[in-house]
Design a protein around this ligand. Sequence first.
Ligand SMILES: [Cu+2]
Length: 151
Amino acid sequence: MPRMCFGVVAGLLAFAIVSCEGGSHVQEPSGSPLVFDNAWVRAPIAGRTVTAAYCDITNRGDVSVVITGFASDHPGMRVEIHETTEDDGMMRMRPLTRVTMPAKANVSFAPGGRHLMLFGFDGSATEVTLAATLDSGETLPVVFAIRPEKH
Ligand SMILES: [Cu+2]
């Protein structure tokens, strides 16, 4: 029985900027049902190399999509998905190994909740590309702007 050939879809790494108005910056990686908006990284405090990144993700598709991680193009940078939880009045962060995006739903990575934790980032950039990895093996590049404050 012949094996299915899982070809690499050309242009997978290309993405289109659909609109860019009012500070919003909608990104639609090609071939994906996921739409990313308001992607930004809090500029690290001087001398620090750990910070957080946030974005809003919409799954416009009819089936759920699972994000298993993010990878950075910035030298030395490592990214983890974290969730902030309150435990006996203490705010704690725990790493997530997967985030399920339900069909036709929004998931926000926002201060106080789920977020991306960036390690090894000295802030020497105006933007970084973080590629979302899906459990299908696809990677979806998303440009995150570096901003000094809560936005
Ligand atoms: Cu964290």
